[in-house]
Design a protein around this ligand. Structure first.
Ligand code: GDP
Ligand code: MG
Ligand code: K
Length: 301
């Protein structure tokens, strides 16, 4: 068959970088849909989220890994293991750094992890909209000395500068391969995970510094009411201390109501359906150190 596609390319691309460098912003720009949760708080993304970009001649499967950092407790350890395992399996690593920040211990630590793997690495210098063009060359020179990157690509994930060029360089390096996912599929995560992340995002934003990252959201139920155009979502917000439970609930339930209101709008957009969102709050002391419960809370490898 002469019409057979003989040069379709595909591959898995892991986005690695310290918290807040712009990994989720990049992924959202590329996929064009709110699938990875953006936040100016570090470590919002705990699980792998795949975004799939399908073009006529290439399919790129992106993995938005949790930020690699020195583990402080068991959850950190676990996250790091997940991230490190993916590094070996993927076809390409995008190591994203923030142009505004100098090379530091955090970057050094991540580069050490690359020494033992053979996967090609692109250095993506993000947030170039925040620096003067003259500042770029010294950054590139610094990184060039540290590691043999396959490509060094300055971008602005927020404004889109150079993102197309990066995509074309990614395509160049990917092997010929099958289309892993249907063209209209942008994520292989069940919607329930995205929904819990949306709720968590609202809770974090609204409570600011008062309830730090000791917060998880578990989906209890998601069902369409028989014969009705409304989806019933029931979820529980898990905190570590009674005081945090109080903050999440707020005066006469006002905070929880606001979290639910905002989350519902996003969930309705995601599902394209009316949603009845029921939120509960539960205290689970020291949950982050309870490895046995990690799976229950959705931290799957
Ligand atoms: P992640 O933790 O690496 O996933 O980082 P996020 O994508 O959540 O971005 C962290 C913050 O940096 C957010 O406030 C983004 O709006 C911002 N940000 C991301 N990319 C850019 C960029 O290219 N330029 C600027 N000025 N800000 C950016
Ligand atoms: Mg992120
Ligand atoms: K290497």
């Amino acid at each position: 068959n002469i019409h057979e596609k003989n040069s379709f390319k595909s591959g898995f691309i892991s986005i690695i970088g310290r918290p807040n460098v712009g990994k989720s912003t990049f992924l959202n720009r590329v996929i064009g849909q709110k699938i990875a949760i953006m936040s100016d708080k570090p470590q919002t993304t705990r699980n792998k989220i795949q975004g799939v970009l399908t073009l006529p001649d290439v399919q790129m499967v992106f993995i938005d890994t949790p930020g690699i950092h020195k583990p402080k407790h068991k959850l950190g350890d676990f996250m790091m293991k997940v991230a490190q395992n993916t590094l070996k399996e993927v076809d390409l690593i995008l190591f994203m750094v923030n142009a505004e920040e100098g090379f530091g211990r955090g970057e050094e630590y991540i580069l050490e992890k690359f020494q033992s793997i053979n996967t090609p690495v692109f250095l993506v210098i993000n947030k170039i909209d925040q620096i003067h063009p003259d500042e770029l060359l010294p950054i590139i020179e610094t990184y060039k000395e540290k590691y043999p990157f396959k490509e060094i690509v300055p971008i602005s994930a927020l404004e889109g500068n150079n993102v197309e060029r990066l995509l074309s360089q990614i395509k160049d390096i990917l092997p010929e391969g099958p289309q892993y996912y249907p063209a209209d599929q942008v994520t292989d995560h069940p919607e329930r995970f995205i929904i819990t992340e949306l709720i968590r995002e609202k809770a974090l934003h609204l409570t600011r510094e008062e309830v730090p990252h000791s917060l998880a959201v578990v989906m209890d139920k998601m069902e369409r009411k028989e014969g009705k155009n409304i989806i019933h979502v029931m979820a529980t917000i898990i905190v570590e201390r009674d005081s945090q439970k109080g903050i999440i609930i707020g005066k006469q339930g006002s905070m929880l109501k606001e979290i639910g209101k905002r989350a519902r709008v996003d969930i309705e957009n995601l599902l394209g359906s009316k949603v009845f969102l029921e939120l509960w709050v539960k205290v689970q002391k020291d949950w982050r150190n309870k490895m046995s419960q990690l799976r229950e809370y959705g931290f799957n490898e």
